[in-house]
Design a protein around this ligand. Structure first.
Ligand SMILES: [Mg+2]
Length: 174
């Protein structure tokens, strides 16, 4: 019975997707670590530098914010990897494991979706800095990270908590 209740609670959580580059991941921090030679060789196509995506640091407060949101939402990563940069696909998985853990206790355990059609994923909210790859056509609400309205994680959390977008509050959120 308890198991059924737990399942019901899980299923009634709203689905929240979170983009990686410039939302969870500080894209510029990886670029800054590249040699000048590499930057010149890949000028205009920095996305395609092999191994680039493993070098990047998290955006400020991204890790803490996501762990907090994972208590109230069914969270998934919804990211796009460059088609021509095969290492980006595995680098992204490695990055998620590095910062959130590899095992079942990770909030993103088996919850990494890499796609060029974000609009095909069913859900309630998408936190994304861009409208590309279907983000602009997402059927739920797009919370545009880095915009004037949502410049950083603090603004996103304030919006979500002030508007009670998530269910199952144990107590008022601070
Ligand atoms: Mg992005």
């Amino acid at each position: 019975m308890e198991e059924i209740n737990n399942m019901n609670n899980m299923n009634s959580k709203k689905i929240l997707y979170i983009d990686m580059d410039n939302v969870l991941v500080d894209f510029a921090s990886g670029i800054a670590l590249l040699s000048n030679e590499t930057k010149q060789a890949y000028e205009g196509n920095l996305d395609d530098v092999p191994g680039l995506f493993s070098l990047m640091a998290p955006m400020p407060y991204a890790i803490e914010s996501v762990k907090f949101l994972a208590e109230y939402f069914d969270v998934y990563i919804l990211s796009t990897a460059p088609w021509k940069n095969t290492s980006a696909w595995s680098d992204k998985a490695a990055w998620v494991k590095k910062y959130f853990g590899d095992g079942k206790d990770s909030v993103f355990y088996k919850r990494l979706i890499i796609t060029h059609r974000k609009d095909l994923n069913k859900g309630d909210y998408l936190i994304d800095d861009r409208t590309k790859n279907g983000a602009g056509e997402f059927a739920g609400e797009l919370i545009q990270f880095g915009s004037e309205r949502f410049p950083d994680w603090k603004a996103v959390l304030e919006y979500i908590t002030n508007n009670q977008l998530c269910q199952h509050y144990q107590e008022p959120l601070k």
